[in-house]
Design a protein around this ligand. Structure first.
Ligand code: 5AD
Ligand code: SF4
Length: 429
């Protein structure tokens, strides 16, 4: 039996996809090659923003055409949208065979093998049921390691706490076992969770876990995602500063720079508290780079509120920023706020955010020229006679004459930039 596995949305879905792929492969299924027709289609869905949902809807209908050629084709929808919409999905997509929620990633292969049909969602489990440790990973050099799931924060715009449930941290032994089982080619791990800073298992905090992992695996480069500005503590900053192998980069979503909007979003920090946290980061880690998420057009956002968000981009000098148009999600508090912003204004604000981010990213990229950088060399560049890799801030760097070093972390001197891309030369050891 051959399967097609497609992933929508966040990094957590990509990590879940690796687990499903592994379980299916271990049960004798194979992933299709290009142009092959699958026996099973599995889609990992996202419901965080309407855009992701629409992309998935379009894809579902186009894939449904395969069913005409191959009526026995099995359709499986997994993840956040499945958890949210449950059996309504069978009305909308009569060709679906199986709908599986967010906490049953371990069971996907089993349910397919048992030819289970219908809905399979359960209340979110207490512990994280992730039982495979040796995964077939899509990337030979980088591995995502889930350390916690779910979220307790209930930001008023966000559907995650509803579809992924409350925060549950994974025990240290499981995390270690998964890292121990990584292929030898692995050079970088990403500790993953909706709010990693609130990791807690048997009194072990996130900063302690991070310290332990970075010391135990000092040959690996370490990242973590996502941090919440209210929960990022001084201890974590100190651990980042004192361990060379932790990337000097942090993704710290600001969402808005207006205190009024932050309050309405239930973010539990003010602009000046965010600012102080960044100051603290810079004090302990002068080379830190910062990326963020910003939402445009949250209910009641005025032009003045929006300008604060827009100006924060150059104020903080973000090295990259994901910008989103506010998208009302059913069941969230903000979707019921009366003063929703018209689509046209949200769109226009998003456009301005994107332009500002582009300007700032290019500026920050140019500032790298002349600096030394540690780059994980991932492969050949798409064009030109160079290889590409990523620095600690995840910036793309192209380097000549290093084919024999693909899969290694190398030291590079940055020589030039073009847009978001950097070019550099290998610094011989
Ligand atoms: N509308 C727009 N953006 C959203 N995000 C989450 N929910 C929404 C929403 N309803 C964004 C936030 C979050 C990122 C993963 O997605 O910026 O940090
Ligand atoms: Fe959503 Fe807020 Fe939790 Fe992030 S912290 S997942 S934005 S509720």
């Amino acid at each position: 039996m051959k399967f097609l596995l497609e992933t929508y949305g966040c990094q957590m879905n990509r990590a879940d996809a690796d687990r499903i792929r592994t379980d299916l492969s271990n049960s004798g299924f194979t992933e299709i090659e290009k142009n092959e027709i699958p026996d099973i289609i599995i889609l990992l869905s996202c419901s965080v923003r309407q855009h992701a949902v629409e992309r998935l809807h379009g894809r579902l209908w186009s894939l449904a055409n395969i069913k005409r050629i191959k009526p026995e084709l099995k359709f499986v929808l997994v993840g956040c949208l499945a958890q949210e919409k449950k059996s309504d999905l069978f009305d909308k997509y009569p060709f679906l065979n199986l709908v599986i929620g967010t906490d049953q990633i371990n069971l996907v292969a089993d349910l397919i093998i048992r030819n289970y049909n219908g809905l399979y969602t359960v209340q979110h489990n207490e512990n994280i049921p992730l039982n495979s440790f040796k995964l077939t990973r899509s990337d030979p050099f980088k591995a995502d390691i889930p350390i916690m799931r779910g979220c307790n924060n209930f930001c008023t715009y966000c559907i995650v706490p509803y579809v992924r449930g409350r925060e549950r941290s994974r025990c240290k032994e499981e995390i270690i076992k998964e890292i121990d089982n990584l292929p030898e080619t692995t050079k970088e791990i990403l500790l993953l969770g909706q709010n990693v800073n609130s990791y807690i298992f048997d009194n072990l905090s996130f900063s302690e876990l991070l310290d332990l992992i970075s010391k135990k695996y000092n040959n690996l480069r370490i990242r973590f995602l996502t941090s919440h500005p209210k929960d990022l503590d001084l201890k974590t900053i100190e651990v980042m500063a004192s361990n060379d192998n932790i990337c000097k980069h942090i993704h710290l979503p600001i969402q808005s720079a207006s205190d009024r909007i932050l309050e309405l979003m239930n973010r539990k920090y003010t602009f000046s508290e965010f600012d102080k946290k960044v100051e603290q980061l810079k004090k302990f880690i002068p080379s830190i780079s910062l990326s963020t998420d910003i939402i445009a057009g949250f209910p009641s956002e005025t032009e003045e509120d929006f300008l604060k968000s827009l100006n924060s981009i150059s104020h903080f000098g973000f090295c990259s920023a994901f910008t989103y148009k506010y998208s009302p999600r059913n069941g969230t508090k903000a979707s019921e706020f009366i003063n929703q912003i018209p689509e046209e204004i949200r769109k226009e604000r998003l456009k301005r955010l994107i332009q500002e981010v582009e300007k700032e990213v290019i500026l920050q990229t140019q500032k790298q020229i002349g600096k030394k950088s540690k780059v994980l060399l991932e492969g050949k560049s798409h064009y030109g006679n160079t290889c590409m890799g990523r620095d600690e801030a995840n910036r793309v760097i192209h380097i000549k004459n290093v084919e024999n070093l693909i899969g290694e972390v190398i030291e590079v001197k940055i020589t030039s930039s073009s847009g978001w891309n950097l070019y550099g030369d290998l610094i011989p050891e």
